[in-house]
Design a protein around this ligand. Structure first.
Ligand SMILES: Cc1cc2nc3c(=O)[nH]c(=O)nc-3n(C[C@H](O)[C@H](O)[C@H](O)COP(=O)(O)OP(=O)(O)OC[C@H]3O[C@@H](n4cnc5c(N)ncnc54)[C@H](O)[C@@H]3O)c2cc1C
Length: 367
């Protein structure tokens, strides 16, 4: 079976990898280099924390399960860790913290409320002064992944299995005739005749799907991720707090983001994004305040751009009813979902049948 995957973010790479494993003849085409967009500037906290629909929770848990298998088989890799996640709310939101904890416990998520004086024993490297008096939620089963490293790891296997990788191809389009996919054409003129195509172009999916006659309501914001220079750290867990989310990186530094920074991002006339240096400094100060010893943090790199999110917050994954051979992948939390989304999409493509776990996430829910 000849299949094209369009988009070299983590969802496209994982899908191509799983398709090649299933024996398909796969070409992965992408605009620039692999992970050049959202997957290259992601916090990539692996989790199913908080409140969401049961089908979505189950999908996320299956996603974490696949990472655990990968971690057990490749225990030496420094880009995938399961050292837990610690989350707290702003002071005065004790009710919200307990509501979230009760919800997590009710469906079997590993969740504990820790008082501030218990945290050092569970989570090294956290500044006790930063923790609100109501305490924090400790989710011991959570982790983080470095998506560019994961993409390289999956792409190597994809190539060894005979997959074809076409990078720097410019914008590609999926071609259909008489209600069926017939090929993919790249901006630089390559034409790949295929029976099936997976549209996995991240934030570009809603507009590209519209050209194929599909509606995907979009709530994609523009977000900022900052990485620091390497710094001596005791922290191994992911921290999610009102003013900064923080995780270690494979190189001994930190990756940091926070929703409040989004309001400060401006778009220039040439389409590029910018944020005032003071905002980056403020984010570093917030992150430093979370860490024992409040280390001086220095910016190494930052990335700004779209974070793909469907309007209802739930993934859009799976086959398209009206165009034979067309499959869509557009989702938030694509780090947590990457392995399972790729696996289940490959299942649908190769078998030509719906996977039950994707039933709630089909694009047909938008009509
Ligand atoms: C700041 C931030 C924090 C995040 N935090 C988390 C988190 O903690 N946990 C979590 O699970 N997820 C998180 N996410 C979400 C996760 O990173 C994304 O859901 C995931 O990376 C999306 O992957 P993707 O492959 O769908 O899209 P992308 O990584 O954007 O990849 C799409 C690719 O398609 C290419 N492309 C676009 N148009 C075309 C075209 N016409 N032809 C060919 N190629 C094209 C692009 O160049 C790009 O390489 C975060 C994201 C951001 C930005």
């Amino acid at each position: 079976m000849k299949v094209a995957v369009v988009g070299g973010g983590i969802i496209g790479v994982s899908t191509a990898h799983h398709l090649a494993r299933a024996g398909a003849d796969v070409v992965l085409v992408t605009e620039g280099e692999l992970t050049s967009n959202a997957s290259g500037r992601s916090l990539s906290w692996l989790n199913s924390a908080g409140v969401r629909s049961e089908p979505y929770h189950r999908l996320r848990m299956a996603g974490i399960d696949r990472y655990r298998t990968l971690s057990a088989r490749h225990s030496g890799v420094g880009w995938l860790r399961f050292d837990g996640g610690l989350a707290w709310q702003a002071n005065g939101q004790a009710e919200e913290l307990h509501r979230r904890h009760e919800h997590e416990v009710a469906h079997g998520y590993d969740s504990h409320v820790l008082a501030s004086d218990q945290i050092a024993a569970h989570v090294p490297g956290v500044n006790p002064a930063a923790i609100p008096s109501v305490g924090a939620i400790w989710n011991a089963g959570e982790g983080w992944v470095d998506l560019p490293s994961l993409a390289q790891f999956l792409a190597r296997d994809f190539l060894q299995r005979g997959g074809r990788l076409v990078t720097n191809a410019g914008r590609s389009e999926i071609l259909s005739e008489a209600g069926a996919v017939v090929g993919v054409r790249t901006e630089r003129g390559d034409l790949f005749a295929v029976e099936a195509a997976v549209l996995a172009t991240g934030a570009a999916v809603p507009a590209m799907a519209a050209e194929l006659g599909l509606t995907i309501p979009d709530a994609t914001p523009i977000s900022l991720l900052v990485t620091t220079k390497p710094v001596w750290l005791e922290l191994t867990a992911v921290l999610n707090t009102p003013r900064a989310s923080v995780r270690p990186t494979p190189g001994g530094a930190l990756a940091i983001d926070s929703d409040w920074t989004m309001a400060n991002i401006a778009r220039a006339t040439d389409g590029s994004y910018a944020v005032p240096p003071a905002i980056i400094e403020e984010l570093l100060v917030e992150a430093s305040g979370l860490l024992r010893g409040t280390p001086q943090l220095e910016v190494d790199w930052y990335g700004i751009g779209p974070k793909p999110i469907p309007v209802d917050g739930e993934p859009v994954l799976g086959q398209v009813d009206d165009v034979a051979g067309l499959y869509i992948a557009f989702t938030h939390s694509g780090a947590t979902l990457a392995l399972i989304a790729g696996e289940l999409l490959a299942y649908e493509v190769v078998r030509g049948a719906a996977h039950p776990m994707l039933a709630d996430f089909n694009v047909r829910r938008f009509g």
